[in-house]
Design a protein around this ligand. Structure first.
Ligand code: ADP
Ligand code: MG
Length: 678
């Protein structure tokens, strides 16, 4: 029997279980073994019946007087009595007619369940029972809780994993021996057994440590190898032109922040080399990433090469094209900007694609449309991917293949990924963090608004509008929902236009509109022909209208912290004070998350908090990196992550050959495919 065999080859896994396992994504024996528990319930402490309190208990007992009967059609009850040296307790099972006959009198059992009061007497309902002489998986230990599916609970999953124990115990080692020794790790077989059937909380911690270590080790090794390979491939060196850089800066209406200066400088140094740059520019919303991108692009353009800028939405692509045109104007390069988006006519697109094939030194801004196979730039030296977490790896790869030599890549993101996470997930990239906001920014004020204060907020909003500012109202849904008690954008638009904001010009913007229609609304807003935009989260990404100073968010509890932070970043992008009003749905005390966002404007801190309160999923949710999910390791395992990275480094510098480690090689190659951008 092999790990790659289907689960049904395991003794004891029947057709019903196979179906359920399939729903959980488990097809092979290895899938089953590698099905990581989400959490654990501790049933490991044995108690005496006389000491039990209501709640979860584990007892060691004999079971007698087991009898089953139908009380009425469809309701079967089995009752029995459990006895230990200290006393007895009644057991009750519902609709398990096989129960009574399966119980062996006189044998010692473990039972685990909820000890409670059934109205008349103390009892335990639907307990798990297992013979002490067996290998218990559902009682008397720390019990893993898995992701379940209907009619197939963790209890059943544990029984299936139990069937795989003989194979778990024979799992081959995948890590190099020296790593296992040096970092004092459990061997792989013991680690998997300890993960599913831990003997104690200490052994569980050891099991998790070993598997987490391997996870981070593989990920680090894959990205380090990708990086090494990239360092060997050819890119177009873009020479640094000091005069040009100075001219660009002297034409800006503001001074660069130190962070921007440092970022630009490291990019210039990177792209001068004949090997591709792969750099991630992380900067909170409003940190000024676009200027950094523009300064990078200018060098390549002036040298006669093409640059592609890819943005996730048509709105953003158009905005970038406008901004870049303005920034390039003083250098006489404004006519270099090309815009390629889905909303253009066929003829327009064809002409543009033809031009792109032939001309040099153009700046091609676009959406996913850039990925189309007939977009073939003549001489692409640099790619800028804005809001990179919005793109899949495959899409980024596709863009990179558009050039004979590997292009330099500047990825930008406003998702504040803590550095430890960034290093682990994006180890193949150099990372620059813009952690300083342009100096003229006032920190945006965020207010939690109880329902009773709504009229007051409308008054404050009107005062802002009257002084020439603009505002966003953000709702979680496009249209009214019958099931969710949540404000929709259409509803809010209707109410506001008829009621409180009757005197103002309001536009509606949401994801179900055609890109061209969205653009019309956005342009009207930019030209101040609209005072207010009522929208969904389509405005979340990148939209830059400095005159907008107020944002109202309806049902803020429906948004993630990172998302709220992104949203409010749309206002307070100028010297005017920005306000974000989180309109609470009821008068209950606001959650810790909402309180946090009201009291902190530090995106990185909020990301860390989201991490703590909701786990990595909170941040991962906004990142699309497919196989790069950490399944076992936690970001709070700072030392483990550092150790695992160090060992990957050592593996490479030792000249250890990956081919000598079959399993490891397989996994790392898989990860490389995901990580690799060329
Ligand atoms: P993001 O990092 O979110 O993409 P943008 O590049 O859109 O931010 O910049 C936000 C706003 O800040 C823009 O209006 C931009 O012109 C302005 N800006 C950028 N850098 C500076 C700076 N150093 N000083 C003042 N304003 C700046
Ligand atoms: Mg941006």
């Amino acid at each position: 029997m092999r790990l790659t065999d289907p689960v049904e080859t395991l003794k004891g896994v029947g057709p019903a279980a196979v179906k359920k396992l399939q729903i959980l994504g488990i097809k092979t024996i290895y899938d089953l073994i590698d099905y990581i528990p989400r959490r654990y319930d501790d049933y490991s402490h044995l108690q005496l019946i006389k000491d039990t309190q209501p709640g979860p208990v584990t007892l060691q007992v004999t079971i007698s007087q087991a009898k089953g009967r139908y009380v009425r059609r469809g309701l079967h009850i089995t009752e029995a009595v459990a006895t230990d040296a200290s006393g007895s307790v009644k057991l009750t099972w519902f609709n398990q007619p096989y129960r009574a006959s399966a119980i062996k009198p006189g044998q010692l059992y473990y039972i685990s369940g909820e000890f409670g009061f059934n109205g008349r007497q103390l009892n335990i309902t639907n307990p798990s029972i297992e013979l002490v002489s067996d290998f218990p998986v559902n009682t008397a230990r720390i019990l893993p809780i898995y992701r379940e599916t209907k009619g197939f609970t963790s209890k059943q999953i544990r029984l299936q994993v139990k069937n795989a124990i003989p194979l778990i115990r024979k799992l081959p080692e995948t890590l190099p021996d020296w790593i296992v020794e040096e970092y004092d790790l459990l061997d792989r077989a013991n680690a998997y057994e300890g993960l599913h059937f831990p003997e104690s909380s200490e052994s569980l911690a050891e099991a998790r440590k070993r598997l987490a270590f391997e996870e981070v080790f593989r990920l680090s090794l894959a990205s380090m190898l990708v990086k090494q390979e990239a360092e060997r491939s050819d890119a177009t060196p873009v020479a640094f032109n000091e005069k040009l850089a100075k001219e660009f800066v002297s034409n800006l209406p503001f001074d660069l922040t130190n962070g921007q200066r440092r970022a630009v400088w490291s990019i210039y140094k990177d792209i001068e080399k004949p090997h591709p740059m792969n750099r991630l520019l992380e900067g909170d919303v409003g940190a000024g990433k676009t200027v950094v991108a523009a300064m990078s692009a200018v060098m390549a353009l002036q040298a006669g090469y093409q640059v592609a800028v890819m943005a996730p939405t048509e709105l953003l692509a158009r905005q970038h094209a406008d901004t870049l045109t303005t920034l390039l104007q003083p250098l006489g390069l404004a006519d270099r900007v090309r815009l390629l988006v889905g909303g253009m006519t066929k003829k327009q697109k064809e002409n543009l694609k033809q031009a792109i094939k032939q001309e040099s030194g153009s700046l091609i801004v676009g959406t996913h449309a850039l990925l189309e196979s007939d977009v073939l730039p003549k001489d692409l030296a640099l790619i800028v991917v804005d809001e990179q977490h919005r793109f899949g790896v495959e899409q980024r790869k596709k863009l990179m293949k558009k050039s004979a030599k590997t292009p330099h890549v500047l990825s930008m993101t406003a998702t504040p990924i803590p550095r430890s996470l960034a290093l682990t997930l994006y180890g193949e990239m150099e990372i620059t963090i813009l952690d300083e906001k342009p100096g003229n920014r006032k920190n945006i004020k965020t207010h939690l608004v109880p329902p009773t204060d709504r009229p007051k907020i409308y008054t404050a909003l009107k005062t802002e509008l009257d002084s020439g500012r603009q505002a966003f109202v953000v709702c979680p849904l496009v249209s009214e929902s019958e099931t969710l008690p949540v404000k929709s954008a259409e509803e809010a638009f209707e109410q506001l236009s008829k009621g409180p904001l009757k005197a103002y010009k309001i536009g509606l913007l949401h994801g179900k509109m055609k890109p061209a229609d969205k653009d019309v609304i956005m342009q009207q807003f930019v030209r101040r022909e609209l005072d207010v935009i009522v929208s969904t989260t389509v405005i979340e990404v990148g939209v830059d209208v400095p005159n907008a100073t107020v944002m109202l968010v309806e049902n803020p509890e429906r948004f993630g912290l990172a998302q709220l932070h992104q949203l409010r970043g749309r206002v307070g992008r100028s010297e005017h004070q920005g306000h974000c009003y989180l309109m609470l749905a009821d008068s209950k005390a606001p959650s810790r998350r909402l309180k946090a966002i009201a009291s902190s404007t530090d995106g990185f801190k909020l990301a860390e908090l989201d991490l703590e309160l909701r786990g990595p999923g909170a941040i991962y949710g906004t990142l699309q990196h497919g196989a790069l999910d950490l399944r076992i390791a936690r970001l709070s395992d700072v030392k483990l992550i550092a150790d695992a990275r160090a060992s990957a480094q050592k593996f490479i510098s030792n000249g250890d050959n990956l081919l000598h480690y079959k399993e490891l090689h397989k996994h790392v190659t898989q990860l490389q495919k995901v990580t690799q951008l060329n």
